[in-house]
Ligand binder design. Structure first.
Ligand code: FES
Length: 119
């Protein structure tokens, strides 16, 4: 069931509006990271590249605003809808984050976050 998936972290590591888990990613533009968060109970994953200037969004794995209802780029403050990655404010409208396919499943008896890389 998990043969094509990459285990990101235990599900319990991601709490609503909390810190992100990150993994290194090879992208067409070079090496970067992906980040994974939980929002309204659902896990979400995005390529960690801001559409504005390509910077990583997080600051030490913090990607949520203080209110926990938006993702925010630490560089110039662009904000994004956590459920879709759509830019909701700042210098990169209109644009969106690159969404990744993520699920949760049990692995060796432990609930884990899985990332299903496409390309
Ligand atoms: S690089 Fe993210 S808002 Fe400028």
């Amino acid at each position: 069931m998990t043969s094509n998936a990459i285990i990101v972290c235990p599900s319990s590591d991601l709490v609503d509006g909390g810190l992100a888990c990150k993994l290194p990613v090879q992208h067409k533009s070079g090496t970067t990271t992906a980040f994974f968060v939980r929002y309204q109970g659902q896990v979400r994953g995005y390529l960690n590249r801001c559409p504005h200037m390509g910077s990583e969004l997080d600051w030490e794995n913090q990607v949520f605003t203080r209110a926990g209802d938006q993702l925010m780029c630490a560089r110039h403050g662009a904000t994004f809808e956590p459920a879709t990655g759509e830019c909701t404010g700042g210098p990169c409208q209109p644009s969106r984050l690159t969404a990744l396919t993520v699920t949760e499943a049990e692995h060796d008896g432990i609930p884990v976050v899985l990332w299903w890389p496409q390309d």
